[in-house]
Design a binder for this molecule. Structure first.
Ligand code: ZN
Length: 133
């Protein structure tokens, strides 16, 4: 693991939460994107070295919609940047972590991603991400 790549926050509305986070971090949203595979719309803000990802459900059956129904808005996941996602997935699997993806998939912001089940990480959904080179 290289560093925390971003923190994902589940929100009802990027339009509304975007205003709050732009004020909070005193910076603009630099990118918005819809990730079809996850049925989610995302917006990114950069605060110094740190990146925040706002996630809004793009469909009722989206995991973000279900998450907000259960828990409300809030921190949804922590993403770690890795150098070699295949190697890291293998390592975590060997360590007994439950991976939510068999293979890395294309995530937002030009990344290959894989999620680790919160049940195997003390209640925190973990995302591994590797820049697509
Ligand atoms: Zn993320």
């Amino acid at each position: 693991m290289i560093k925390i790549e971003h923190i994902g926050i589940a929100v009802n509305s990027i339009a509304e939460a975007g205003i709050v986070y732009q004020k909070l971090l005193n910076t603009g949203i630099y990118k918005t994107e819809v990730v079809d595979s996850e049925q989610v719309a995302v917006a990114f803000l950069q605060a110094g070295l740190n990146k925040i990802e706002l996630l809004e459900a793009a469909a009722d059956e989206s995991a973000i919609a279900k998450y907000i129904q259960r828990k409300g808005e809030g921190i949804h996941h922590i993403a770690f940047e890795v150098d070699d996602i295949y190697k890291e997935m293998q390592r975590l699997e060997n360590e007994g972590f439950m991976l939510l993806n068999e293979k890395p998939k294309k995530g937002a912001d030009n990344k290959l991603v894989c999620f680790v089940h919160p049940k195997s990480a003390n209640g925190v959904l973990i995302e591994l991400c590797q820049e697509i080179r």
